[in-house]
Each structure stands twice: as structure tokens, then as C-alpha cells.
Design a protein around this ligand. Structure first.
Ligand SMILES: C[S@@+](CC[C@H](N)C(=O)[O-])C[C@H]1O[C@@H](n2cnc3c(N)ncnc32)[C@H](O)[C@@H]1O
Length: 203
């Protein structure tokens, strides 16, 4: 493991890169929540859907030295994540899978996860949840980011002013909220933290 100083400067560099290149990475408040969940649960294995440049994977792996398996479908993001993980000297902990998460179950199907963090295409959250939760340990948790989708999810009055694509995303995320809140296998709470974070645990 590298010293905190090296990590701090790498993390600043990644945040700066994300800002300058409009890469959406988890915001500080959401990350702080996620890190608290990790401190409490001490997960051995974490599954992340949506690596981008590897920022959240690096942050998650550092908290409790967990193994992180992270799925990314964009080649440029995948390559950046690999290079950043190398810089962090966390290649033994973090495994990036270059695939669409809708088709990557086979790559992780033999692993039991203590935490699943969903942070990829919003319209597919329901599918990601259904595909990967069978791999969750009984005491495991699922955390989803961007549940408020920049406040748009609750902006019902102005829904007609958004493009068709955005309206579709809002509808899908609202359906996902309903699905989680009425799920007979999971208890879910959705918090006004960061861009809206949900946490689901098995009933
Ligand atoms: C919000 S970013 C992830 C940010 C990252 N978790 C962080 O906080 O540092 C979402 C990423 O998910 C990827 N993505 C979107 N849909 C995906 C899918 N179906 N399978 C794999 N990756 C996907 C995008 O290419 C993008 O890099």
C-alpha cells in the first residue's frame, strides 16, 4: 500500500481529471456515506457496476483493504481505471472487468459479495439489481448512487420540459424506486445524501 500522502495526491489528480473531462464520479457526500457503510460492514468482496476512471473503486478498496470487482463497458474509461489502479498500487485488490454489466455475470458468478455498489446507466439499475443480487451474502448490502438523478426524479411538475431521453430516465428511476420500496426480499431506505443514495439489505 502507498502512503496516505501519495494517495491524497492521486485522489486529487483523479478528481481534477474528472472535473476537466466531465467524467461523472461520486460526489464527496455520497462517498463519505459509502465509506461509512464499508467501515461498518468491513466487506471482503465488493462488486461495483460502473468504474469510470477507478476513483470510487480506489476509495472503496482503501477503507478496509477489500477486494473490489468493478465492471466498465467504455474502453477509454477501462484503460484509465487500469492505469490509475496501477498508480495506486492496488492491482492485487481491484479487478476491472471490461464488459457491459448486463453481460458480465459469468465473470463474477463464483464470488459472494458483501457489498454491491451500483453506479452505471440509470435506466438499467433494475436489471443490474436483479442480475447481481443473487451473488449477495445474507448480511450483504446494495448501495445505489444517483437515485435523485440531480434532483430530476422529484421534479414531476416540470417533467414535460425535459427531452424524451431524460423523461425516459426519470420514469425508469422512479419505477426502480417503487420496485425497491415494495420489494418483498429487500428492505430499502433512500437518503438525501449526495445525489440520492439508497441502501438495501435482505429481509
Ligand atoms: C457515474 S460513472 C461511474 C463513476 C465511478 N463509480 C466513480 O464514482 O468513480 C458510470 C460509469 O458506468 C459505465 N457504464 C454505464 N453503463 C454501463 C454498463 N451497462 N455496463 C458497464 N459499465 C457501464 C459508464 O461508461 C461510466 O464510466
Amino acid at each position: 500500500m502507498k502512503t496516505n500522502l501519495v494517495f491524497d495526491s492521486l485522489e486529487l489528480e483523479l478528481k481534477q481529471y474528472a472535473k476537466e473531462n466531465s467524467v461523472p464520479i461520486i460526489i464527496d457526500e455520497g462517498l463519505s456515506f459509502l465509506e461509512s457503510v464499508i467501515r461498518i460492514k468491513k466487506p471482503k468482496n465488493i462488486l461495483e457496476i460502473g468504474s469510470a476512471i477507478g476513483y470510487s473503486a480506489i476509495r472503496m478498496a482503501r477503507v478496509c483493504n477489500s477486494n473490489v470487482y468493478s465492471i466498465e463497458r467504455d474502453e477509454k474509461m477501462y484503460n484509465l481505471a487500469i492505469s490509475n489502479i496501477k498508480k495506486a498500487n492496488l492491482e492485487d485488490n481491484i479487478h476491472i472487468i471490461f464488459k457491459d454489466a448486463l453481460e458480465a455475470l459469468d465473470d463474477v458468478k463464483d464470488i459472494k459479495f458483501d457489498l454491491i455498489f451500483i453506479d452505471a446507466a440509470k435506466a438499467q439499475y433494475h436489471k443490474f439489481f436483479d442480475i447481481y443480487t443473487p451473488l449477495l451474502n445474507d448480511e450483504g448490502v446494495v448501495v445505489c448512487d444517483n437515485m435523485y438523478f440531480h434532483g430530476l426524479v422529484s421534479d414531476v411538475e416540470n417533467i414535460d420540459s425535459y427531452s424524451r431521453g431524460v423523461r425516459g430516465l426519470i420514469r425508469k428511476l422512479n419505477e426502480f424506486h417503487e420496485y425497491l420500496l415494495n420489494n418483498d426480499k429487500y428492505h430499502t431506505s433512500i437518503y438525501d445524501i449526495g445525489d440520492g443514495m439508497s441502501i438495501s439489505v435482505k429481509k
